[in-house]
Structure formats: C-alpha cells, structure tokens
Design a protein around this ligand. Structure first.
Ligand SMILES: Cc1cc2nc3c(=O)[nH]c(=O)nc-3n(C[C@H](O)[C@H](O)[C@H](O)COP(=O)(O)O)c2cc1C
Length: 316
C-alpha cells in the first residue's frame, strides 16, 4: 500500500520559506498544510497570511490552507479568500490546545460543542463548493469528546479528518493515546489521517503496524528535528544519505538567508533561528551543547561561526 506523508503545520516555523526549502533539499512530503489563518472577529486576512498563501511564493507540489475559527461567517470568508487564490480545499483547525484559544471556544476547545461545529459546516457546505477537511485532537478534557462529534461530521462530505492523538489539556505533554485513536477508527465513516509523535522511522513503522488501514500520516515537529525523516520513511530505510550534513547545512543557510532578509533587526532573526535550533539540535550528537552554542551567539558573526563549528564537529 502506498502511503502519503503530510507536513503538519507549525505556526512560526512552517511558512512558505521553510516549506519551499524543505521540499527542495529533503523531499518526501506529498502535501504541506499552511499554519492557520486567524481573523479575530474581523473579516480581514492579515498581510502575513496573505504572503504565506500567495501561490507565487509557494513552490511545493501541494499546499492546503488552514483556518482556526468558531464563526460560520469567518469560515465562509476564509473559504472564499483561499478559493480566490486558486485553492480548492480548506482545512479546519480543531486541535490548538492553548488556553487563549480554547477559552474562546476555538481549536480543541470547540470539540465539545458539536452544535457549533454543525453551524459552521452547514453554512460552509450550503454556501460554498470548496472541499473541507478537518484537523483535530480527540477532545479537550476527554478523548471521547470526538466520538460525539462524529454524528455531526458524518452529515458532511469532508475529505478527511486528521487526528492528533492527544487531548487539548495535555498540550504537548504525555504520550499519544493510540487506544483512543483506534476507537475513532471504528466510529466514523470518514477517512482518518494519523498525527502525533512520528519522530523516527521506527516510530512510524510501529504506528503503521498497529493501524494498517491508515495510509496518510502527518508529521509536525519530527520533520524539523530530523528533516530527512519523510524521505527515509518513503524509502523504508534508516540509512541517512552520505552527504547528510552538507545537505542539512545548505538547507540551514538557505532559510537563514531568507529570514535574515525578511526580518528587520538582529533580535527577530536570532529568535527565529533559535526556535529552529530547538528542533535541529535534536539531530546532533550533543543536543544541549549545540543548543547552548546557538543561544550564546550574540550577533550575526558569532551565530555564523557557531553554526560552522557545529556542522564541522559533526562526524556522521
Ligand atoms: C509551535 C507549534 C505550532 C503549531 N501550529 C499549528 C498550526 O498552525 N496548525 C495546526 O493544525 N497545528 C499546529 N501545531 C500542531 C502540529 O501541527 C501537530 O499536530 C502536533 O505537533 C503533533 O504532531 P507531531 O508530534 O508530529 O509534532 C503546532 C504545534 C507546535 C508545537
């Protein structure tokens, strides 16, 4: 069975610059999801979202925009906006776990409100012909919350439901709940995609063995921590390419240069790259030492020196 690998969106990380460079240097991902658009009650799409979704800025084979809202009008507005750019699908985020979002009844805080989900999907399906897909956790307080939404979701021709196998109140702590994910599989006619903690080829193999009926897997943090992971999963190998560190360095230099051009002032670029190194450092032999060296680098020259040294010290 051929499998599809999808890049799970990470706000602040997987924007168009990252996605384009990732696809160019590593490959292995069939479909990229853009981080969510959020409108905060206004029917306006902010410039940074516009830039991220502009087809001229995107060179990956397939990109699917995402929205986070609990408002039927906002949802329809986002559908029409992404349609005007030429997209045919919009993904709906019912997974975000952060209290700022969930307390407003959005993200995973909306899973326990099937009636509200129905209102959004009803308007969207009556007033738009766009394809809609979902990305959700299994609940906020309990992993059974999602099961109660299936009766509502089952009324609509959703393309798929991607499930991050955690609940909102866990944030990113604790493990994924595979038994609860299995319960979902039995209770919905919709196609489910698996998401959560695919951090190595062996972790992927375990999930695949447990759920042979799943053929779409979303990878989020794992592909930033190890960008070779998707292509290695596709090639069913645990062997890295010979020139692993050269490719990684070229990828790093490409995104660094692009973010440096796009961000103004020394602090934003430092924070941006530090965010990436929190994940990248996991690929290196001495993770805490590598992260500390980047954190300590106080200016652009020191940063570049630190990066050169980190890559030079890496044997294989
Ligand atoms: C910093 C950060 C930002 C995220 N932003 C989004 C987002 O914009 N949309 C979304 O659906 N999920 C978002 N997520 C969740 C991830 O896409 C993914 O579902 C989650 O990390 C579990 O998958 P993983 O274990 O493969 O990372 C984010 C996660 C993190 C850590």
């Amino acid at each position: 069975m051929s499998i599809k690998l999808l890049s799970s969106p990470l706000q602040g990380f997987t924007d168009f610059r990252f996605r384009n460079a990732f696809h160019h240097y590593f490959g292995g991902i069939d479909t990229f999801y853009a981080p969510y658009i959020k409108m905060n009650g206004k029917l306006i799409i902010k410039n940074n979202y516009q830039r991220d979704l502009n087809p001229e800025n995107n060179s990956v084979p397939e990109l699917i925009p995402q929205v986070m809202t609990n408002n039927p009008d906002e949802f329809l507005f986002a559908l029409n906006y992404v349609k005007s750019l030429g997209y045919t699908e919009l993904n709906w985020n019912l997974g975000c776990p952060y209290p700022m979002v969930t307390k407003q009844g959005m993200g995973s805080g909306m899973i326990c409100q099937p009636q509200k989900i129905d209102e959004v999907l009803h308007k969207a399906h009556t007033e738009s012909d766009m394809t809609i897909s979902m990305k959700m956790r299994m609940g906020y307080d309990e992993p059974t919350e999602i099961l109660k939404t299936f009766a509502i979701l089952g009324k609509y021709p959703l393309k798929n439901i991607a499930i991050h196998a955690r609940i909102g109140k866990q944030l990113y702590k604790g493990g994924v709940d595979l038994d609860a994910f299995e319960a979902c599989l039995k209770q919905t006619p919709h196609q489910l995609y698996y998401n959560g903690d695919i951090t190595s080829v062996n972790a992927f193999r375990k999930i695949q063995q447990r759920f042979p009926e799943i053929n779409h897997f979303m990878i989020g943090r794992g592909l930033i921590a190890d960008p070779f992971l998707p292509s290695m999963i596709k090639n069913d190998t645990t062997e890295y390419p010979e020139n692993k560190w050269q490719i990684f360095k070229e990828f790093h230099d490409t995104i660094y240069q692009q973010y440096d051009e796009a961000l103004s002032g020394p602090t934003p670029i430092k924070m941006k790259m530090l965010g990436f190194w929190e994940y990248f450092s996991q690929s290196f032999d001495n993770t805490p030492k590598v992260y500390k060296a980047i954190k300590k680098a106080g200016n652009a020259v020191k940063y570049k020196n630190a990066v050169n040294e980190i890559f030079a010290n890496q044997k294989r």
